[in-house]
Design a protein around this ligand. Structure first.
Ligand code: SF4
Length: 334
């Protein structure tokens, strides 16, 4: 296997890719309205990559310059024995960071084991501080278990813990300040996410997007003035701010109003082994076929390079050309 220079995975726009998001399952124990319908057919177990197959793809990807992995779903904690995968990945040479995005429902049970296995960072999804609204959004009554999960993650020593909240106009405006207060109270970091057109029902409308600028205004009125942080990572999706009173930080993922595609460093692999070079990709590369038909590490590496080389400039949400991918958010992994 030829050794790649660390700058290896560079696309035609000069963007270097070092971040791989791995969906370990398309299953979820919630049914968020902006993600999937109530009734959904999940992948048969045999079609989902094994931990060993994921480890192999990650190991090959690190030789190309990937050094960060984020485990996602569906809900990744529904994958039995996920800490074992973390252990497998924690010893992959060249991998400096393993993160997880979870809805928190099973976290009270798993937080300690994940931490001990080598998980470094955790993002927990919570869009509201209101139980009834939580049920409206997720179609499940698990608000308390998410809060328990957040506190268990704190107890297990994760820091900083980021809370991902999708903000929808006319629905969760009031939660922006309430969530931010909860986060400040518990030493957590909010990540407010602009609503994106990846929902199953194709209900997304621009009018429903609560823009980052508006959320900043709500927080400055409701909590304290904000200023951009000095340590903004130019390739991270979030715009980082801090309260001028020193009480904490908050980030905004402004995919619609302030797209960050020109600094994108992320590629994704779905639970059944399809490589996506963009969240909104309309095309995919089948790595599972290579994995299960005797493909070599070189062939897998070449498939990854080819996918990155073919990556477009970015999503076209703000243009008339925009085409929503067939795939729903739960089977991409965000
Ligand atoms: S939309 Fe695609 S190109 Fe843009 S930041 Fe997201 S993954 Fe990257």
């Amino acid at each position: 296997m030829p050794t790649e220079t660390r700058a290896g995975l560079v696309d035609s726009f000069g963007r270097r890719h070092n971040n791989l998001r791995v969906s370990v399952t398309d299953r979820c124990n919630l049914r968020c309205v902006y993600c999937m319908p109530e009734n959904v057919a999940f992948l048969p177990r045999a079609e989902v990559l094994t931990f060993e197959e994921i480890e192999r793809v990650v190991r090959v990807a690190t030789t190309l310059g990937i050094d960060k992995v984020r485990l996602t779903g569906g809900e990744p904690l529904l994958r039995r024995d996920l800490p074992r995968l973390v252990e497998l990945l924690a010893v992959v040479p060249g991998l400096s960071d393993i993160g997880l995005t979870t809805n928190g429902i099973l976290l009270a049970r798993e937080a300690r084991r994940l931490r001990d296995a080598g998980l470094a960072r955790i993002n927990i999804s919570l869009d509201t501080m209101d139980r009834g609204k939580f049920q409206q959004i997720t179609r499940r009554d698990d608000f308390d278990r998410v809060i328990e999960g957040i506190l268990a993650a704190k107890e297990a020593g994760f820091h900083p813990i980021k809370i991902n909240a999708v903000a929808i106009r006319g629905f969760t405006e009031d939660d922006v300040v309430l969530l931010a207060r909860f986060a400040l109270e518990h030493g957590l970091e909010m990540r407010f996410i602009e609503y994106m057109p990846l929902d199953a029902g194709r209900l997304w409308e621009r009018e429903k997007v609560l823009f980052a600028a508006e959320m900043i205004e709500l927080l400055e009125t409701g909590i304290a003035p904000l200023k951009p942080t000095a340590d903004q990572d130019p390739r991270a999706p979030a715009l980082d701010y801090e309260y001028t009173d020193g009480s904490g930080r908050v980030g905004f993922i402004a995919s619609v109003s302030r797209p960050f595609c020109m600094s994108c460093n992320r590629i994704r692999i779905t639970a059944e082994g399809k490589l996506r070079n963009c969240l909104f990709s309309l095309e995919e590369t089948d790595l599972r076929a290579l994995l299960r038909t005797g493909g070599s590490d070189d062939q897998i590496a070449q498939a990854v390079r080819d996918s990155v080389a073919a990556k477009w400039e970015g999503h076209e949400i703000n243009t008339a050309r925009f085409i929503q991918p067939e795939r729903m958010m739960h089977s991409i992994g965000g």
